[in-house]
Design a protein. Sequence first.
Length: 255
Amino acid sequence: MTAALFISSSDNTRDVFEQIFPALRKFWPDCPFPIYAGFNTMPEQTEGFVPVLAKKSSWREEIREQLLQLKASHIILLLDDFLLRSPVHTAELVDLVQLCQSGDVAYLRLIPRSRAFLPWLWLRWQSYRGRAKGLEEIPRHWPYYSALQIAIWRRSHLLEMLQADGNIWDFEHQAIPGQTHYALTGRPPIDYGHVVEKGVYQSDIKELMNSLGFTFHAGNRPVASRASSWKLRWNACKFQLIGYSFLRLRRLLRS
């Protein structure tokens, strides 16, 4: 069975892809998987990846049309605003791909599932004492059950997920009966961060890119204000205190 690295992009976000992709080449020069990137029309520069084209449509329809052109059994899915920040642990990632293939795993998120601080601390303690496994099943009721963080997907499962209705945000809460999703519990093999939020670059993008050895060009895409950045940090602090508790309670009351 084969695996491939697929970067979900489009003509509308090609500027982000062109800004961010060099970091993947720098921090993962020994990537053993073929690298594909999805667009609507052929890009001028294709060094380091194979373009996969789909007519302009919804995100679900575009990425499904692109994935149907790939022959891999499993897909490492990235979004085009995932900025790699340090060298990838290739051997660890290869082992995880092989685990997914041999175990027919539908979805493995390559980062631990988000928790508030105290549950996270407990998991780290369990891991330190050798009691926590490398993977954990994501509870079906957990918010963002199908989060579009970096993950290894069984291609057939991802294609089935994409057949349903809804936008990209609906997709992240979607589940298919009989298909179990997993997440890592230990150190992720890839260190990355999102640099675009609702179509806008994060406020510290220039400093971050410079620290990694790249020159940042915003082009026509806006950069968030410092105030917006502090708001995101405040929301992150609140999550560390209460996690998904409020969201889960609201879901319970609606059901």
